[in-house]
Design a protein around this ligand. Structure first.
Ligand code: GTP
Ligand code: MG
Ligand code: ZN
Length: 310
């Protein structure tokens, strides 16, 4: 029987089978496939075939179809390993907050690089509008502007004010959407506001550190009454970048992509090379300082941590 993985706890997998039933499954012993660098061979969103042998009532995942795309996080335990958060998604909603907790553009850009690599459209949702003070509002305008200018859709909502969520509902309809962001930005609260019967666990952020409590611990797909599905995910500190070559990173910065043919050297990394069109655009104010600096930082980090993937 075929189905889609809607939850994975490491040892058990919930599979929504094609007959509509949710079935608890195990993974075949040596199910490692070819992706030894993944710490999880099966992720939410995977299309699988399940079966059970006669005389045994445990369902087993026998086969996983190739993934159309996926989003990875850096494994909290060791940086070289990646953990697939979810696969086969139509779009991502990156939930961000300017304060309590603070989301940096560095974090946003790491996510966008991964998403761009797989052509996953990303909508940046600025949550907690009800608690913005003057300073945070200014910051938000500055940050949102960076992304609007280069073509990303931005939404401004408050999960505590359901009337602000109409545009979110509109983008979620009929699609499979990944809901991502730091712990405590309000991912689960937002989903509960859209569909109260989901009853997802939420928790106040720590007053001491203004950080989330890592309340959602496993990614899980939920089906929406108004059509479509969402994958609520645990808050992450850092998104991973995939196993592409260092010179490809700039391809996933949308505003840089258009300039790449204008660099003097075709293997230009846009650092200090002469005749670099990207660096020139940055000097001319056409590429924002945040984006350029984040690009360099991702490049440096990638060289240090992911060399063995190349
Ligand atoms: N004031 C205000 N508080 C919000 C809003 N959205 C969420 N919160 C609060 O923020 C806290 C964290 O919300 P959660 O939904 O648990 O956050 P999460 O992103 O799911 O966090 P993890 O599951 O840990 O990744 C809760 O106390 C929510 O009530 C908002 O729009 N305004
Ligand atoms: Mg949550
Ligand atoms: Zn260049």
């Amino acid at each position: 029987m075929k189905g889609v993985v809607i939850k994975s706890t490491g040892s058990w997998y919930d599979v929504k089978a094609e007959n509509g039933e949710v079935i608890k499954c195990r993974l075949k012993g040596l199910f490692r496939l070819d992706e030894s660098k993944d710490s999880n061979p099966i992720a939410v969103g995977d299309h699988v075939t399940i079966d059970r042998t006669e005389g045994d009532d445990t369902w087993m995942i026998e086969y996983r179809e190739e993934r159309r795309n996926y989003i990875v996080r850096v494994s909290p335990k060791h940086k070289g390993a990646r953990q697939i958060i979810a696969s086969n998604i139509d779009q991502a909603l990156l939930i961000v907050t300017m304060a309590n907790p603070r989301t940096s553009t560095g974090f946003i850009d790491r996510f966008l690089v991964t998403a761009e690599a797989y052509h996953i459209p990303t909508i940046i949702v600025f949550n907690k509008q009800d608690m913005l003070d003057g300073k945070a509002a200014k910051k938000q305008e500055f940050v949102a502007d960076i992304y609007k200018k280069i073509g990303y859709k931005t939404l401004f909502v408050s999960a505590l004010q359901p009337e602000t969520l109409k545009p979110v509902k509109a983008v979620l309809k009929k699609k499979t959407s990944l809901i991502a962001g730091h712990s405590g930005v309000g991912k689960s609260t937002l989903l509960n506001a859209l569909q109260p019967n989901l009853n997802l666990r939420t928790e106040e952020i720590s007053k001491m550190h203004a950080k989330g409590m890592h309340t959602t611990t496993f990614a899980e797909m939920h089906f929406l009454d108004f059509g479509g599905s969402v994958i609520d995910t645990p808050g992450v500190k850092e998104f991973g970048i995939l196993d592409f070559k260092t010179e490809e990173i700039s391809h996933y910065f949308v505003e840089m992509r258009a300039l790449l043919n204008n660099c003097k050297f075709n293997n230009c990394m846009h650092e200090n090379e002469p005749g670099c069109a990207v660096r020139q655009a940055y000097y001319d104010g056409k590429i924002s300082e945040e984006r350029y600096v984040n690009y360099l930082s991702i490049l440096t980090d990638y060289r240090a941590n992911y060399k063995h993937w190349e």
